[in-house]
Design a protein around this ligand. Structure first.
Ligand SMILES: [Zn+2]
Length: 523
């Protein structure tokens, strides 16, 4: 209760009074893990809706959402009485975006050895904003492909799923499977430094050691396996052009993972390491920097996805703390990778959207779209790589990747048409995950106007807000950068609304489940 009071105090003194004067219904706030209560369905009016399966844009669609799922989509879907209507008729609506290569549960520092200055718990807490900004940027799902502190990613995935923290749906690797002193190892230390267990969990040096690690990871909750087939750019003492795991070890990884129903993602820069991974049967090659014509043909033949992080070159080069040896590894690779991306697109290889987020700051993932278009994709292909293709690679096309009946209500919207200007996706205005609205940008109100009345049409904005709002006495004037964050009553966060300016967003959007009815009115 103390935390709630403190938060409310900073937000609105009148609300604090209202809260204090109202007897707490059950004394104990609902736990963050409480299941969502049954609420009215939500109907989204979509002015334009990108159908990523047909590659067409549909107009004037209605998306009906009940609980966490999409119930119906179409131009003639009837809006049931009592439904909350979210009017996005002046926006383009598309499926929640998916990044297939993130590292949310690690620190985003350029120097991996910085992790040695932190306990596992510090790293875990400091990584929480990575998840939040990724979701608010429109990425409702990520495939996280490795973490230096083994199982921090499993813990983050589960904390998000339980509603303890805000973030995208995560699929995680649990650890890196790597050779000793390899691309996924914590290197650069004196040999007499003994690393803690979780910083060397995935080290394996034979097919049987690879199998043993995969058995452990599968048992402890990994969703897929990440292997390092070649050296890396961002690892001390590594050479991205070198081969690490042997074909025999890679085959063992794919076979053992398959025994547990898991797929393998292989990090590979060098051409031979890419081909070794494809021939072994991995689901995706990450980076694929130096892929040659034979590798492209093999990827096509095997149906292997290439997951190429072609936007982060400038981040590596410009980060103030990029170690000098990393810059040396990186020489020319960025441009070569972009050219090879273009070749792979022309060849018709299956591609997914993966950024290696953490190299560039988390939350700017969508900047990669412009690079994908610059290097040969159509805007529709780029969007498909981050939706329908990504769901196929992850193996959950039944759950997300398209806006269709029966799937999770993972939906984003932008002002304007991203098929005309792909960079529009860098500023997502609406984010829904599993039927809960996490972001809904509004046009700035007139100075001193306060919160627009819910359910009242704001004439010049042509938009209706329906939400359960806190007491109107909270309606303080807000800045031109105000954003509306509405975890609605259908969410684990309870019927709350917070408004905040850009500066206070980080503090306020972790609004928790406990703040409930006393200061809320249904509108
Ligand atoms: Zn990575």
């Amino acid at each position: 209760m103390r935390n709630i009071t403190l938060f409310v105090n900073t937000l609105c003194m009148t609300a604090l009074v209202a809260l204090a004067a109202t007897p707490a219904p059950a004394a104990t706030p609902a736990p963050a893990t409480a299941p969502p209560t049954a609420t009215a369905p939500i109907a989204i009016r979509a002015g334009r809706l990108i159908d990523v399966v047909s590659g067409r844009t549909l107009t004037d669609q209605v998306i009906l959402i009940r609980g966490a799922k999409i119930e119906a989509v179409g131009a003639d879907v009837r809006i049931p009485p009592g439904a909350q209507v979210v009017d996005l008729s002046d926006m383009t609506v598309l499926p929640g975006l998916v990044d297939c290569h993130t590292h949310l549960a690690d620190l985003a520092n350029a120097e991996p050895l910085d992790l040695l200055r932190k306990t596992a718990a510090q790293t875990a807490y400091e990584a929480i904003p990575n998840a939040r900004v990724t979701l608010l940027a429109g990425f409702t799902t990520v495939r996280d492909v490795g973490v230096y502190r083994a199982f921090n990613d499993v813990a983050m995935r589960d904390a998000i799923a339980k509603g303890i923290i805000i973030g995208p749906r995560m699929y995680v690797a649990g650890a890196y499977i790597t050779i000793s002193q390899g691309a996924g190892a914590m290197t650069g230390l004196s040999p007499d430094v003994q690393l803690p267990w979780d910083m060397q969990f995935g080290v394996a040096n034979s097919p049987w050691e690879v199998r043993q690690k995969i058995r452990e990871l599968a048992h402890r909750g990994a969703d897929h396996i990440k292997v390092l087939s070649t050296g890396a750019v961002l690892t001390h003492g590594s050479n991205p052009k070198s081969i690490e795991f042997t074909p025999e070890e890679l085959r063992a990884a794919v076979e053992e993972a398959a025994n547990f129903g898991l797929r393998v993602a292989a990090h590979a820069h060098a051409a031979e390491g890419i081909k070794n991974a494809i021939r072994a049967g991995v689901a995706s090659v990450e980076h694929a920097t130096l892929i040659d014509d034979e590798g492209i043909a093999l990827a096509k033949q095997h149906g292997t996805y290439l997951d190429m992080d072609i936007y982060d070159e400038e981040c590596i080069q410009s980060a103030a703390d990029t170690p000098a040896d990393f810059l040396k590894h990186d020489q020319d690779l960025g441009e070569i990778q972009r050219r090879n991306f273009a070749k792979a697109v022309r060849a018709g290889v299956k591609m997914t959207f993966g950024t290696d987020a953490g190299v560039c700051p988390h939350g700017i993932n969508a900047r990669q779209f412009a690079y994908m278009v610059k290097y040969g994709m159509t805007p529709m292909q780029a969007i498909q790589s981050a939706t329908v293709n990504a769901a196929d690679l992850i193996g959950h096309s039944e759950l997300f990747g398209t806006i269709s009946a029966g799937k999770s209500a993972d939906i984003v919207a932008v002002k304007g048409d991203p098929l005309t200007d792909i960079r529009i996706l860098e500023h997502v205005d609406f984010v829904m995950k599993e039927g809960a609205i996490y972001k809904l940008d509004i046009l700035p109100p007139q100075k001193g106007e306060g919160i627009p009345s819910a359910g009242v049409r704001c004439p010049e904005r042509k938009r209706i807000f329906r939400a359960e709002l806190m007491s109107r006495s909270c309606a303080t004037p807000h800045s031109a950068h105000t954003q509306l964050l509405i975890p609605s009553s259908a969410t684990p966060f309870g019927p709350v609304l917070a408004w905040q300016d850009e500066q206070s967003r980080v503090e306020n959007d972790s609004f928790t489940s406990s703040y409930q009815a006393p200061c809320a009115v249904a509108l």
